[in-house]
Design a protein around this ligand. Structure first.
Ligand code: PNS
Length: 158
């Protein structure tokens, strides 16, 4: 069984995240989407809401499962027998940051990190930009799954 993890905050998931998850699911037997429980950072959606959203938008991919984790990602990987992390790289500055994290994670545990170039259609996209645009009434359709679009409007304007 070839397993990988796609980790993140997913507050909320964007079409850029979804693209990386789907492409990973085509390459590997099992993809675990791991949602970070971060008590220090305020979020728009609770971890359980984010998990529900992720499960809904990935339901047509039977080899994708969604879990939450806290603490170190590599500990989650070890506990779940996952040897590699998949990270999307949007721009060169992502690589700078992700390279250090990948090297640290490898040093800590031997867990590998695989970089996947983001679809250029989404290279400008982030959850925080999506939230900001939606908060001020901008149109985020096409940038996030339809379900997220609907929930963002409800949460931010309603
Ligand atoms: O979507 P995000 O917020 O950019 O995801 C970041 C995430 C969750 C992948 C990263 O913060 C993470 O792995 N956090 C867990 C703590 C950890 O393992 N840190 C790395 C130490 S080298």
């Amino acid at each position: 069984m070839r397993r990988v993890v796609c980790p993140g905050s997913f507050d909320p998931i964007t079409n850029g995240h979804l693209d990386i998850i789907i492409r990973s699911a085509r390459l590997y037997d099992e993809v675990t989407v791991a949602v970070l429980i971060n008590l220090e950072k305020s979020s728009l959606f609770t971890v359980d809401e984010r998990i529900d959203i992720l499960q809904t938008v990935t339901k047509e991919f039977p080899n994708v499962k969604v879990r939450k984790f806290h603490g170190l990602l590599v500990d989650f990987c070890k506990q779940n027998d996952i040897p590699a992390i998949v990270k999307g790289i949007r721009v060169v500055s992502d690589f700078d940051y992700e390279l250090q994290m990948a090297q640290l994670n490898y040093r800590l545990s031997g867990v590998e990190t695989l970089f996947m170039p983001t679809n250029p259609e989404y290279s400008f996209l982030s959850s925080s930009r999506v939230k900001e645009i939606a908060r001020y009434g901008g149109d985020v359709s096409g940038l996030v799954p339809d379900l997220v679009h609907k929930l963002l409007i409800e949460r931010l304007r309603g």
